[in-house]
Design a protein around this ligand. Sequence first.
Ligand code: ZN
Length: 202
Amino acid sequence: MNIEKIYKDANAYLEGHFLLSSGKHSKFYLQSAKVLENPKIAAKLADELAKIIKQADIKAQSVCAPALGGILAGYELARALDLRSIFTERIDGKMALRRGFNVAKGEKFIICEDIITTGGSALESARIITELGGEVTAFAALANRGFCARYNSNKTAKPICKLPNDVPFFALEDFEFEIFEPNECPICKSGSKAIKPGSRGN
Ligand code: ZN
């Protein structure tokens, strides 16, 4: 399955000057919403991800996704694995579990994102699940930005990766492109201003 082609065909592989949710800047951005607007492609990607997770014999009863970006991927993965699907969301900047969603003691979870960059939001979701008595058995994403090491990859995680290294991380593809601290960003230095993806029709 050629994930890069799927993103390019959906005009979801954007080039410009982007402010990422981590606060860092990048020349490229993966707009997964543009891929997932096609439910058939969303199902195909989730089925593929589910296959790898099943082969690794991961035990889980539920999928939890950090909103907003992770919801569609998490929901599709839950469908593909026949699991329950819930999500956490940010309230005043802090990740929270709302809407009557509950976590049973010992309940096993896969934390699912659309894209894992540093894994910060996924880690915040995982903390909520464990605080409520659940257990995180895997992390999953459609694509990995190359800072964390996905399952069965020969690459090692970079220090910037926030995912724990004792829990497997499943993704369909690595997309490695540089990210910059705002004060070191070469695109900023050339005079352009970073935009938040999705804020100006992109
Ligand atoms: Zn910049």
